[in-house]
Design a protein around this ligand. Structure first.
Ligand code: NDP
Length: 277
């Protein structure tokens, strides 16, 4: 039998680890599938995506910068994709395009299973209010966090996010300078780490034994992780989130949940080889 076809679509896409991750999941679970890279021109997402579907493609991972466009063209959205306002996984079901967002669920799973921190009853601070932060809000509230505080450089975006999700749990927006007391989990969902910058947080945001989580990966440890470690926090980068969001997409497509631990370990080992070169 010909394998079912899947792909990651983005611009750029050559750096994506998704083909490696999904090939490992398929091997491990015995699923007969092929997973490729699709580079779409910046103005060509819809054409490339529809072409792949017309050739029998069963699903796509969507990466930068097409997550909003994918949200706009899906025939149906899952509740978490609607809440996120962005789509990172497309599933073709009976010719219809279902849009999902697995980033937030991947984050929650990596915090709980990867870092071993149960979110229920925890005070959580999230820095940033961009696409990744927005996708994380509903899964974090649904994990039973005692409170979720959002701080963002552009304060109005944090306020908008908090207002939009007020019905779903205890969510607050605060200015960076007005953050008070320690948080059990501090998530850096800003893109500041990409420029080796630190969001303007004081060291006392980290409660004793706090987990400091940076969504950024591939540049470990980030400035944020180093700052958090200097002030007593445990740290983790976003590589586990990447693997877990892929596992959620694999589950959506194949109805089988892969074991993420060996795939995470292999990617982590690969990262270390690269950084030694
Ligand atoms: P966006 O561009 O949508 O949002 C960027 C956010 O960062 C905004 O809140 C912005 O604030 C803030 N920001 C940018 N620079 C600074 C700075 N110097 N100081 C303080 N705040 C700053 O990006 P995304 O939400 O898509 O991505 C955010 C991060 O998450 C990236 O590092 C990305 O790599 C990572 N990510 C990781 C994933 C994973 O699987 N591990 C998945 C998705 C994303 P403002 O609103 O004021 O502009």
């Amino acid at each position: 039998n010909a394998p079912d076809r899947y792909a990651v679509i983005g611009h750029p896409v050559a750096h994506s680890k998704s083909p490696q991750i999904h090939a490992a999941f398929a091997g491990q679970t015995g699923q007969n599938l092929a997973y490729e890279r699709l580079l779409a021109p910046l103005d060509g997402f819809v054409t490339v995506m529809r072409g792949f579907v017309a050739q029998g493609g069963k699903g796509l991972s969507v990466t930068v910068p097409f997550k909003l466009e994918a949200h706009g063209l899906a025939d149906m959205l899952t509740a978490r994709a609607r809440a996120a306002g962005a789509v990172n996984a497309l599933h073709i079901v009976d010719g219809r395009i279902v849009g999902d967002n697995t980033d937030g669920a991947g984050l929650v799973r990596d915090i709980e299973h990867g870092a071993g921190v149960a979110l229920e009853g925890k005070k959580v601070l999230m820095l940033g209010a961009g696409g990744a932060a927005r996708g994380a809000v509903l899964p974090l509230l649904q994990a039973g966090t005692a409170s979720l505080t959002i701080a963002n450089r552009t304060a109005a975006k944090a306020a908008g996010l908090a207002a939009g999700f007020a019905a779903h749990g205890n969510i607050l927006a605060r200015d960076f300078h007005a953050l008070q007391g320690g948080f059990d989990v501090v998530i850096n969902a800003t893109s500041a780490s990409m420029d080796d910058q630190l969001p303007p947080v004081r060291p006392d945001v980290f409660a004793s034994g706090a987990l400091a989580y940076d969504m950024m990966y591939g540049r470990e440890p980030t400035v944020f992780m180093r700052f958090a470690a200097e002030h007593g926090a445990d740290t983790r980068d976003g590589l586990g989130m990447l693997v877990e969001q892929a596992a959620e997409a694999f589950l959506l497509w194949r109805a089988v949940r892969p074991d993420t631990a060996p795939v995470y370990a292999a990617l982590r080992a690969g990262d270390q080889c690269t950084s030694r070169q």
